[in-house]
Design a protein around this ligand. Sequence first.
Ligand code: NAP
Length: 324
Amino acid sequence: MSQNNYVKKVAIVGAAGTVGTYIVEELLKTGKHEITAVTRKDSQAVIPAGLKVAKVDYEDESTLVSALQGQEVLIITMHIRAPQGTQEKLIRAAAAANVPYVLPNEWSPDMADEAMSTDIILGHAEIATRKLIEELGKSSWIGMITSFWYEYSLGTGPETFGMDWKKRTWTFFDDGETKINVITWAQTGRAVAKLLSLPIQPEVEGGPSLSGYKNKFVYVSSYLLSQKDMFAVVCRVTGTKASDWTIAYEDSTKRFQDARALVLGGDQTAFVKFLYSRLFFKDGSGNFEDRRGLDNDVLGLPKEDLDASTKAAIDRAEKGLKYH
Ligand SMILES: NC(=O)c1ccc[n+]([C@@H]2O[C@H](COP(=O)([O-])OP(=O)(O)OC[C@H]3O[C@@H](n4cnc5c(N)ncnc54)[C@H](OP(=O)(O)O)[C@@H]3O)[C@@H](O)[C@H]2O)c1
């Protein structure tokens, strides 16, 4: 099959960002792409070697269109507090430049679950983005559903998965047995690289292809874990025993509603608690593996080492590393 059946030119926003770093690393490993970092003109980001750089000004659409001209894929990993409308400018520019595929800023829980995505507020913006791409009619979206980043989430503090490593406390939501999908940063990077290595059109009838994911979600995961599963592996890799920990239980719905009231009252510090507690509802919304099935096998993603990933999370907790 001709090389024209494979994506060559890939643009990425956030090439030096948290998840973008891993995506770029894996894309570079394939050696198949010409990668362009779309970066703000005044950004201090250190763009990885091997990438082209397109400096843009979000106030000047022509810079965005020119950065995206000729690109076959635009990957957006956008800072969570970028001004509202920033992604929309990229989407419009991608359409103006006729970029066929856009991976919008998802990197998220299952946003096809309308009840959950509405509850966590973020769903509205993501639905609007996908709708805009479809309405503009020039690009197709592919939504990367990854759920929460495991190393960061577990290691960051009790607001996420309930663990406070330094205090040796763990709050289990409900009975602590609700399983959710989680992903490592490396697996996220691999998922994107494998996706963009698929032939654009199937090479055998019914075979996998990039075009097969047009306006669809890609479900990828590293592990399906309950809090109690996480607790067991943390004890194993740290040599701690259950008796070393103070355990508490909290109703997931109450935890969510209390945090929600704070968020709606303007307290953004409650946002992480609000977001994470919703995924542990007993409605199974955090477990897309069972509900939707995973694309891991289609993409050829490897099985990972849970102990190693958990050690990485504990290492972050030891160092007190936060998200930003
Ligand atoms: N699944 C999870 O657990 C999880 C956790 C956190 C976030 N997320 C999602 O992943 C997305 C990406 O997060 P990330 O941490 O990888 O991103 P990030 O590192 O915070 O930021 C990515 C890039 O955004 C650009 N940027 C920063 N400030 C900006 C501004 N004011 N206006 C426009 N661009 C700006 C920067 O690129 P340049 O400097 O090159 O312009 C930066 O490298 C988030 O938006 C969120 O949706 C998921």
